[in-house]
Design a protein around this ligand. Structure first.
Ligand SMILES: O=C(O)C1=C[C@@H](OP(=O)(O)O)[C@@H](O)[C@H](O)C1
Ligand SMILES: C=C(OP(=O)(O)O)C(=O)O
Length: 421
């Protein structure tokens, strides 16, 4: 774990940054390939800790994984009979929530564990759902065990998915392979990150699985095969958000090529957030360009749909002119770390003004000073520290390596962005 002196850049930023593949799309494509009716290829695969853990888990469960020797982002998967395995989830929500339903389709004992911080992330909802469907589950959080019998009855299940959209996505991804398919009903406070559920439904449709979403908060998946697909993964727009934020705080320009015209990725909404904060945003010929303003404007935003962008947006608010209010994000207390507490502590440590509310943050922009910015093993906390450090001399981000959860070389990309004219 090393300390990283965040580089400063107060003027002249003018860079084009190409992002690797989306974590969320990659890990869905890998799961669907593992359950498909034939071999699939995933192109543009993100190769980061979260996606490598997914690949390792699927291989351990009996899927044949072949990485193209000419390009490690091209990965072919051939499904085989699923069997018992030991699965390391690391700190990846997508691994700990997407794989238990798939493990229930394996024949044998599947043991799940992960990082110490993963052991406190919410997990019970999906394990109780599997129990209700007749699956043998031991434990409520990591570590837990699933004794798969090779098939799952399916039917209907009611869950409270207000803690994470991944409970819904995890069930839907495997549901077509359950004997009776599955109807998932949500009852409780609103489900967060619904664009991620749209992503699941859209990718299932591409694989020939129709999900009936005509009733709000109900997802109905008929039983049937999951078709093998050759997937091409879009660039990760939530990771792009941190680089675009660099333009916003420095008054410079950052361009991200291959920005999809239409996407379910919540990161695409960063364009609107940046525009609301006073940036000039242009989407032309597949490239998104952001030109930062002289003074960043404070904002009042409901981030329930796009919660994973919060650390990036909070960093901008800490440097904006006035008081910002970010709401709809109580569930961030169950992310990689308690992000509301972590952001409040770190912004305050650098002289900022940030308080936690019941479901979000209130941040008043001010001039910050240097100091240590703790990452809490959270990739997006680390990148938030880098954003503040661009215009605040003396910011030292601890454990910058934690960015490898979803980006293979964040420090290299960041330095290159600053040096590029
Ligand atoms: O399904 C996914 O790929 C994700 C769903 C969201 O989780 P929550 O609903 O827990 O916020 C998001 O924050 C996470 O980064 C990725
Ligand atoms: C919440 C996040 O990750 P995970 O997939 O581990 O939930 C995130 O990447 O911001």
């Amino acid at each position: 774990m090393s300390s990283w002196s965040a580089p400063t850049c107060t003027s002249g930023l003018n860079a084009t940054v190409e992002l690797p593949g989306s974590k969320s799309i990659t890990n869905r494509a890998l799961v669907l390939a593992a359950l498909a009716d034939g071999p699939s290829t995933v192109r543009g695969t993100l190769r980061s800790r979260d996606t490598n853990l997914m690949l390792g888990a699927l291989e351990a469960l009996g899927v044949e994984v072949r990485v193209d020797p000419a390009s490690d982002t091209t990965v072919s998967l051939a499904p085989g009979p699923l069997h018992g395995a030991e699965i390391d989830c690391g700190l990846a929500g997508t691994v700990m929530r997407f794989l238990p339903p798939l493990a229930a389709l394996a024949e044998g004992r599947v043991r799940f564990d992960g990082d110490p911080q993963a052991r406190v992330r919410p997990q019970t909802t999906i394990l109780d759902a599997l129990r209700a469907l007749g699956v043998a589950v031991t434990g409520d959080r990591l570590p837990f065990v699933i004794d798969g019998t090779g098939n799952v009855r399916g039917g209907e299940v009611t869950i409270d998915a207000s803690g994470s959209s991944q409970f819904v996505s995890g069930l839907l991804l495997s549901a077509a392979r359950f004997d009776e398919g599955l109807v998932v009903r949500h009852e409780g406070p609103p489900v967060p990150s619904t664009p991620h559920i749209d992503m699941t439904v859209e990718m299932l449709a591409t694989a020939g699985v129709a999900v009936d979403t005509s009733e709000p908060n109900v997802w109905n998946v008929a039983p049937g095969p999951i078709r093998a697909v050759d997937w091409t993964v879009e660039p990760d727009l939530s990771n792009a958000a941190a680089f675009l934020a660099a333009a916003a705080v420095t008054g410079g320009v950052v361009r991200v090529p291959y920005w999809p015209a239409v996407t379910t990725q919540p990161g695409a909404r960063m364009a609107d957030v940046l525009a609301a904060m006073g940036c000039t945003v242009e989407h032309l010929d597949g490239t998104l360009s952001v030109h930062g303003p002289e003074v960043l404007k404070a904002v009042n935003l409901d981030l329930r749909d796009i919660g994973e962008l919060t650390p990036t947006i909070a960093a901008l608010c800490a440097l904006a002119d006035g008081e910002s209010e970010l709401t709809g994000i109580a569930h961030l207390r169950g992310h990689e770390t308690d992000r509301l507490a972590a952001l409040t502590t770190e912004i305050t440590r650098l002289g900022g003004i940030c308080t936690e509310t019941e479901d979000g943050l209130r941040i008043t922009g001010t001039t910050l000073h240097g100091g240590t910015w703790e990452s809490y093993a959270d990739h997006r906390m680390a990148t938030a520290g880098a954003i503040i450090g661009l215009v605040t001399p003396g910011v030292v981000v601890d454990d910058i390596e934690t960015t490898s959860k979803t980006l293979p070389d964040f420090p290299g990309m960041w330095t290159k962005m600053i040096g590029q004219e």
